[in-house]
Each structure stands twice: as structure tokens, then as C-alpha cells.
Design a protein around this ligand. Sequence first.
Ligand code: AMP
Ligand code: ZN
Length: 110
Amino acid sequence: MDENCIFCKIVNGVIPSKKIYEDEAMIAFFDIKPMARVHLLIVPKLHLETLKDCDGSHQALLGKMLLLAPVLAKEHGLSGFKTLINTGREGGQEVFHLHMHVFGGGLTGS
Ligand code: AMP
Ligand code: ZN
């Protein structure tokens, strides 16, 4: 847990979220500023700042994160969806705790 990390705080229940999934390794919740009718974030519980900080030891974790996307998308009525992992400031990353966006049902443009 990183004391200053907003997603670690969500993982630990220190700040609330609209949680839709949780297991021993992963949590998923609705994005607070949705850019699509359905906009989910899939977040490993382990604090890794970016995809650049992953190595072979995180292979199973990354696989879990990917495989959760179609399951949660289906649960939210999506037959298709987009996924996005922003990496680093230049990559548009704002929260430095690895996460994957899942969008579907039409972008809202905000
Ligand atoms: P990124 O640019 O990939 O780092 O995206 C971070 C995402 O986290 C943005 O889409 C934010 O709207 C979202 N976000 C930030 N704080 C929260 C929060 N407390 N609960 C849910 N989503 C959040
Ligand atoms: Zn964190």
C-alpha cells in the first residue's frame, strides 16, 4: 500500500468507490468521470505505478486483468468494448497505480 495513492486507498476501503468486482488480486469500480455510458476501471490490488514497472513476475496478474475485461463488460450489457492502459505522464496517465479502463456503450465525449 502506498499511503499517497488514491487507488490504494480505494483497495483498502479508505475512500469509497462504486465497486463492481473484487477478488484476492483485483478490484474493479466505475470511473468517477465516465467517458462512456459504461466506464470501468480494473485495478490490481498490488501497487505498481505503471505498466513499465511490470516484469515476468507480474505475468499472471496482467493476464487476470485482461481476462476480467470481457467478464465485467458482459455483466454490464456490453457486447463489445474498448480497453486502455495509459502509461506514464506522456501516455496520459494521471493516477500512478496500474489500471485498465474498459469503455462501452458509446463515448460521452467529456
Ligand atoms: P489515467 O489517466 O489512466 O491515470 O486515468 C485515471 C482515471 O481514474 C481517470 O479516468 C479518473 O476519472 C479516474 N479516477 C480518479 N479518481 C477516482 C476515484 N476516486 N474513483 C474512481 N475513478 C477515479
Ligand atoms: Zn496504489
